[in-house]
Each structure stands twice: as C-alpha cells, then as structure tokens.
Design a protein around this ligand. Structure first.
Ligand SMILES: CC(C)(COP(=O)(O)OP(=O)(O)OC[C@H]1O[C@@H](n2cnc3c(N)ncnc32)[C@H](O)[C@@H]1OP(=O)(O)O)[C@@H](O)C(=O)NCCC(=O)NCCS
Length: 162
C-alpha cells in the first residue's frame, strides 16, 4: 500500500489523540479507559514536546486515510560516535493489516534517517510469537543475536482507572 509518514506535532488535536488511542488499542486495550479519564492527551503532549521522541502516522496516498502509526525515539550511541533510533510502538488498523503498511513504514523511516549523518542504526523489537511483526520487520531489518532484558521500575497502568 502506498503511504506517507506524517509526524504528530503537539499539542495534539482531539482527532490526533483519538487516532492514537485507536491504533494503540491494538497493543494496549486499557488505553480506552485512560483516554476516557483524560490521561492520554497530556501524556502524549508531554512526551512529544521532547526533541527525541516522535509519533508518525501512516497516511494512504490514495485516500488520505490514516491507516497506522509508529513511535520512535532517538538515543546516543557513544561507541559509534552517533545515535540510534528505536521504534517502540507499531500498529496498523485492523482493516489495513496484511497490505505491507508496516513494511513500508519501516522503509520510509530508514530512507529518512539515512539522511542523518550521525544516525547509526534503526532498531525494532518484537516477540517470537508475533509472526506478522516478524515478517514485516524482517523485510527491512536483520535479526541480530541481542538478548533483550528488562526490569519493571514502576507499576504500569494496565488496569483501567477507577
Ligand atoms: C504487526 C503489524 C504492525 C504488521 O502490520 P502489517 O501492515 O499488517 O504488516 P505487513 O503487511 O507489512 O506484513 C505482515 C506480513 O505478515 C503476514 N502475516 C499476518 N499474520 C500472520 C501470521 N499469523 N503468521 C504469519 N504471517 C502473518 C502477512 O500476510 C504479511 O505477509 P505478506 O506481505 O507476505 O502477505 C500489525 O499486524 C499490527 O498492527 N498488529 C497489532 C499490533 C502489534 O502487534 N504491533 C507490533 C508490536 S511489536
């Protein structure tokens, strides 16, 4: 599917926030109740005001419909005297899945960040069982033997607000 990437610029409109909620619902169903509680817009406005964090919307070039989104963050890589970009969220609306939107989003990011002379890598992670993500990401990125480790620091808002 032929798409373009459009960055969301804070402060987000109600339509922007509603689209993010719709997209992120795919990876975090409780986001609907956080949205109803008015917590999503302030969160996104605050994070997107940083100079190292973006949300890009995938827009169909044929119809101008919004079909997916991704979030990406830049961080320093001192060992390479440069920086890297990491895609965190990647979501395609159910009606548009399987039409290579995710693949194209990654290709467009790579094209864009190659123009940044200090950009060394684009990273993206998924889990073993997400076959659609593995296939889409694998068309653009190579699988490496890094092991991902983490420790949770503060409770995540997985439960709906009371
Ligand atoms: C993962 C996701 C972003 C992929 O988006 P997409 O635009 O459908 O991806 P693409 O069309 O570029 O590629 C997906 C490929 O996987 C294939 N696929 C889909 N489901 C599959 C499955 N269960 N097993 C194997 N392959 C599968 C598709 O057919 C397609 O391959 P093809 O082009 O050869 O037909 C999308 O499915 C999504 O939003 N999922 C929910 C959120 C999510 O899991 N995000 C990723 C978190 S890391």
């Amino acid at each position: 599917m032929d798409i373009r990437l459009e960055p969301l610029v804070p402060p987000l409109s109600d339509g922007d926030v509603a689209f993010c909620v719709k997209g992120l619902h795919e990876v975090f169903a409780s986001i609907d109740s956080w949205h109803e509680a008015g917590r999503v817009k302030p969160y996104l406005d605050k994070e997107l005001a940083r100079d190292d964090t973006w949300i890009f919307i995938a827009v169909s070039n044929a119809t101008d419909e919004r079909v997916g989104l991704l979030s990406v963050t830049r961080f320093a890589m001192p060992r390479y005297l440069g920086h890297a970009y990491e895609v965190e969220e990647m979501c395609v609306l159910p009606a548009f899945k399987g039409r290579r939107v995710a693949t194209r989003m990654l290709e467009l990011l790579v094209e864009m960040y190659r123009k940044d002379p200090d950009a060394r890598k684009l990273l993206i992670r998924t889990n073993d069982t997400n076959h659609a993500a593995r296939k889409a990401y694998g068309r653009v990125c190579e699988t490496v033997d890094m092991i991902s480790m983490q420790v949770f620091l503060n409770k995540l808002p997985h439960e709906a607000p009371r």
